[in-house]
Design a protein around this ligand. Structure first.
Ligand SMILES: Nc1nc2c(ncn2[C@@H]2O[C@H](COP(=O)(O)OP(=O)(O)O)[C@@H](O)[C@H]2O)c(=O)[nH]1
Ligand SMILES: [Mg+2]
Length: 265
């Protein structure tokens, strides 16, 4: 698998472990946060695949499903989900939004490696092994990407969604520079670094990935995009027509949050 590295001006000395102190003893090696909103239909297959795949890796793992607003049977899906091997827990969070959910999930982690993935299996689960490989090489942030060299679409997005995605990419480029795809819902991190990064983040909606990537770049973290064979899945929780104004507002919010965070000269 080829990868696209985002070269940094000042990688932190000493590799991943030098970035932040651990906040609590790690119970497992890898924790994966799955944000969910009304996912009673798509979540069971994703959990099935995760608990089948994770034990094939040479580490212990834990899945944290974060639900902050489902009105369907999502919680029951997780409760019914009895896995002998990999523990799967569902937690809530008072603030609505995917960004708020991922942040709440990250705050609960203690693992050496952490990540988040969407409930719809758009990114193949075995990409986790590639992410861990890159983390092991010393990268702090590994981002699955549909736009870097080597990426492909097994099932393409509808034209309207593609157009919206291109527009979003252009609008956020000043914030994230050379990162080709901020919005793929599959990112893995050096655990202590992620916990520090997410503690600083403010965005609650879908645009939170842009804030995470932009803050990681400004912190000088080592980041890499790994190409994925992506599958568009029906049942998106994001209505382009309905939510374009909200997403545009969120982009403005990221600009504001980063301006406020900029260190004084
Ligand atoms: N907890 C939580 N998860 C959300 C929310 N909105 C979307 N998600 C989850 O975010 C993931 C990506 O959503 P999806 O609808 O597939 O977005 P798309 O692939 O960009 O169209 C899925 O796991 C959703 O269930 C939310 O408000 N709260
Ligand atoms: Mg999706």
């Amino acid at each position: 698998m080829t990868t696209q590295q985002i070269l940094l001006d000042r990688p932190p000395a000493g590799g991943a472990s030098a970035t932040a102190g651990e906040d609590a003893p790690a119970v497992v090696d890898l924790e994966i946060v799955v944000p969910v909103l009304n996912e009673e239909h798509r979540l069971p297959a994703t959990l099935d695949e995760l608990v089948a795949y994770l034990p094939t890796l040479p580490l212990s793992s834990h899945v944290i499903v974060v639900d902050n607003g489902s009105v369907d049977a999502t919680d029951e899906v997780v409760d019914r989900f009895a896995s002998d091997g990999v523990p799967v827990d569902v937690v809530g969070c008072r603030t609505p939004g995917k960004g708020a959910a991922v942040r709440a999930g990250m705050a609960r982690t203690t693992a050496r490696w952490v990540g988040y993935c969407d409930a719809d299996l758009s990114t193949p689960i075995p990409t986790i092994a590639e992410a861990l490989h890159q983390l092991d090489r010393g990268f702090h942030v590994v981002m699955a990407s549909r736009r870097c060299t080597g990426a492909s679409y097994l099932v393409d997005q509808p034209a309207r969604r593609r157009a919206a995605s291109r527009l979003f990419h252009v609008a956020t480029r000043p914030l994230v520079g050379r990162v080709a795809d901020t919005q793929c819902g599959f990112k893995f991190f050096h655990g202590p670094t992620a916990r520090e990064l997410f503690r600083a983040c403010e965005l609650n909606g879908f645009t939170f990935d842009v804030e995470v990537v932009a803050r990681a770049q400004r912190a000088g973290l080592r980041m890499i995009e790994v190409p994925v064979a992506w599958t568009h899945c029906e049942g998106s929780t994001l209505g382009i027509a309905r939510e374009s104004v909200r997403v545009a507002r969120e982009v403005v919010d990221v600009h504001r949050a980063l301006r406020q965070a900029r260190p004084r000269p």
